[in-house]
Design a protein around this ligand. Structure first.
Ligand SMILES: *Cc1c(COP(=O)(O)O)cnc(C)c1O
Length: 439
């Protein structure tokens, strides 16, 4: 194995005879004659023209998943509020707004993005534990559908801000159903130990105590127990508990109409993972809703956009070692932090398949952190210096969690529509890195 950087061979290692496993590439990505495509566009064409690292999103995949929710909810009063934090690209917000989606936001900045993309403020719900007065005033001015309120302190601020503006804030309390989502601790939110939501007894008190407040109009009850939930039974259990609470409140004369069950449906990041399909999940939820009389709001993020995005990257160097082989690529943890933050698995797929010996390696970026990896001890098809790879299922919590760490410009973003593609966010320049700074 030569280490001559000018003529670095493919790092070939180990299990002689074994074939490289084929990576899981969900629709709208697929191999055609050995080349990886997004819809009808060859990804190597995008990588060559737009450069790397680069996020590529398939519009058709996002549309299909949105329509899966909508079709499953036909005939039921409902709202599908896309959780903007999963991917707040204007192009994706626009695509979903055109389909009639609502939006779940967690900051004033996200509301600004939604409005810029043509989203309807009357379909926006504002979640999050720490809303500032300026954000509340902005949202009230824009006439959003409702606030999901997470504490009495916030409720007081909502009421006072609305009264000061001569209006009422439409509010649902986000309750904490105390169920375990069985997911990674950092994306589990539905237990009493978490900062999210209000315990049921306190929620009951608040609904009653503030029902006459001239700054508050009660809308419903909301919850969100976590993310990347593969077995939906905890979600369905939470729905059951929240519906029971909502029915009690209604019986006590609190005028609520809506139950918001949050997001959280998981996707398959690994070939062996079997998430509940969108139609089956909604059917299980609707079974609980039947005859309740409440309208249903859902706030899906990941399940709408994750599978429809990849992060394209180029192999910079191969660094064979006695303990590990390293494949050093031009994307890094600042572009996609999920592997180190959530111990997340992302399939890594070559843009061109060819017969090869498998290779076991760590796929790492250039950032000066040992946590800067995309895969460890991964069995991959043989890779060569200069070759492009796709890091799969990167459409959610990818770009939106990216940063400029190590003074790395953030990646370009591309949207594919059928046989065409366009850059929807330019790669940042070095000038962008210092914008607004002074000394
Ligand atoms: C993050 C979040 C969502 C979306 O979660 P996914 O797992 O991406 O579907 C929905 N609602 C709230 C309140 C959130 O914080």
């Amino acid at each position: 194995m030569s280490l001559d950087p000018q003529n670095s061979p493919a790092v070939t290692s180990v299990p002689a005879g074994a074939a490289a496993p084929s990576p899981l590439v969900p629709a709208p990505f697929s191999y055609r004659d050995g080349d990886l495509y997004c819809d009808d566009v060859r990804l190597s064409e995008i990588a060559a023209a737009a450069g790397t690292p680069c996020y590529v999103y398939g519009a058709a995949g996002i549309r299909d998943r949105y329509l899966a929710y909508r079709d499953a909810l036909v005939g039921v009063p409902h709202a599908i509020c896309y959780a903007v934090k999963a991917n707040s690209s204007l192009a994706i917000l626009r695509l979903l707004a055109e389909l009639g989606a609502g939006f779940d936001i967690v900051s004033g900045g996200e509301l600004f993005r939604v409005l810029r993309a043509g989203g309807d403020p009357a379909k926006v719900v504002f979640s999050g534990v720490g809303k500032a007065e300026s954000e509340i005033a902005y949202a009230l001015n824009q006439g959003i559908h409702s606030f999901n309120c997470e504490s009495e302190s916030e409720l007081l601020l909502l009421a006072a801000t609305a009264r000061g503006m001569g209006t009422r804030a439409r509010v649902s309390l986000r309750v904490n159903p105390d169920v375990d989502a069985n997911t990674h601790p950092y994306i589990s939110t539905g237990l009493q130990e978490h900062k999210f939501g209000i315990p049921f007894p306190e929620a009951r008190r608040l609904y009653t105590q503030y029902r006459g407040d001239p700054g508050i109009e009660w809308v419903g009850v909301s919850c969100h127990i976590g993310s990347q939930i593969l077995d939906v039974s905890p979600l369905v259990e939470a729905v059951e508990k929240v519906l029971a609470l909502a029915s009690d409140l209604r019986a006590e004369g609190i005028p609520i109409q809506e139950v918001d069950i949050g997001g959280g449906l998981g996707i398959a990041y690994r070939p062996q993972e079997e998430p509940t399909a969108i139609p089956s999940f909604i059917a299980q939820v609707l079974e609980k809703f039947r005859l309740s009389g409440f309208s249903l709001a859902v706030e899906p993020g990941r399940s709408l956009v994750a599978e429809s995005g990849v992060l394209l990257t180029r192999v910079l160097h191969l660094k064979p070692g006695s303990d590990r082989n390293f494949v050093i690529v031009d994307a890094a943890m600042n572009d996609l932090i999920r592997p180190v933050l959530y111990h997340a698995h992302h399939e890594i797929a070559p843009l061109t398949l060819r017969p090869s010996q498998p290779l076991v390696a760590d796929v790492v970026g250039p950032v000066c952190e040992s946590g800067d990896f995309f895969a460890r001890k991964r069995t991959l098809p043989e890779v060569s210096q200069g070759e492009w790879l796709a890091i799969c299922a990167a459409g959610a919590y990818g770009f939106s969690l990216s940063s400029n760490y190590n003074a790395r410009p953030r990646a370009a973003e591309v949207l594919v529509e059928g046989a065409t593609w366009r850059v929807v966010r330019e790669r940042e320049s070095w000038e962008d890195l210092i914008r607004g700074e002074s000394f």
